[in-house]
Design a binder for this molecule. Structure first.
Ligand code: ZN
Length: 257
């Protein structure tokens, strides 16, 4: 994957944050997704700051900037700096060598539930593993702009895949951009559903229990005889046609139009 390919991926990922509503409306210019350069793990690509129209839905590959793991700008278009909170990405990449993508947005339900001091619990299937145990909370509202703030946030994240930034936003990460973005989409969906659960079921509403999560995780895809018979005749099914493929396709069609 060339650096140009990485820039294209990140431009598409930025647009996906808009398509999925995580950076849309009043928050259309808030947030960013980054991807570590596979050919040089000490640098990453992310959207910058200083565009004529600075919204994620308009990002193009040539708008992207390249930064190092200390947040310094290595390359980018004229007049464009690294984003204000570049240290969110730099600090997580530095602390977590297995992480290749980081997302930071300001999703309203997740932020509101954190302000209310209500830990998210699994109430729907999607993302239930992410919120199975209470997520860490970074208890400062200041934007993450210094190396020290970045380090503190990464320490707070620890080995988790998501951290709440109190009153401000959320940071998620993953081995791939698909994982990091999906974690954010599912986190915000769980937060929204937690809000509904509380409104309907009260403060002591039920949750999907650990036992039920374990039971679900025992599921072995396509192990049943009626599936095995079909696989034997027709071969394995294409399991790659995920929501992510659809989002990437939509984003690419818009970007290349
Ligand atoms: Zn922020």
């Amino acid at each position: 994957m060339s650096l140009e390919d990485v820039k294209r991926e990140v431009a598409l990922g930025s647009r996906i944050l808009s398509i999925t509503g995580l950076a849309a409306g009043v928050r259309a210019s808030m947030g960013h997704v980054s991807l570590r350069d596979p050919s040089d793990p000490n640098r990453f690509v992310v959207k910058g700051r200083g565009y004529k129209i600075d919204v994620l839905a308009r990002m193009q590959p040539e708008n992207m900037v390249v930064c190092d793991l200390n947040g310094y700008l290595l390359d980018g278009p004229p007049g464009v700096l690294q984003c204000n909170e570049v240290m969110i990405h730099a600090s997580v990449f530095k602390a977590r060598p297995e992480v290749n993508s980081v997302v930071h947005v300001h999703p309203p339900f997740s932020v509101m539930m954190t302000v209310l001091g209500i830990p998210l619990v699994p109430v729907v299937l999607e993302g239930m593993r992410l919120v199975r145990h209470p997520l860490p909370v970074y208890r400062h509202m200041a934007l993450i702009t210094s190396a020290e703030q970045g380090r503190e946030m990464a320490e707070c994240l620890g080995k988790a895949n998501a951290v709440h930034l109190l009153g401000h936003g959320e940071t998620t990460c993953g081995k791939t951009m698909e994982e990091a973005v999906t974690n954010m989409v599912q986190l915000e969906n769980q937060a929204q559903m937690n809000c509904h659960a509380r409104a309907v079921g009260g403060p002591n509403h039920a949750r999907i229990t650990d036992d039920l999560i374990e039971e679900y995780l025992q599921w072995k895809p396509l192990s049943e005889p009626h599936f095995q018979e079909a696989v034997a005749r027709l071969g394995p099914a294409n399991m790659g046609g995920s929501i992510w493929s659809d989002l990437m396709d939509k984003a690419a069609k818009e970007m290349d139009a």
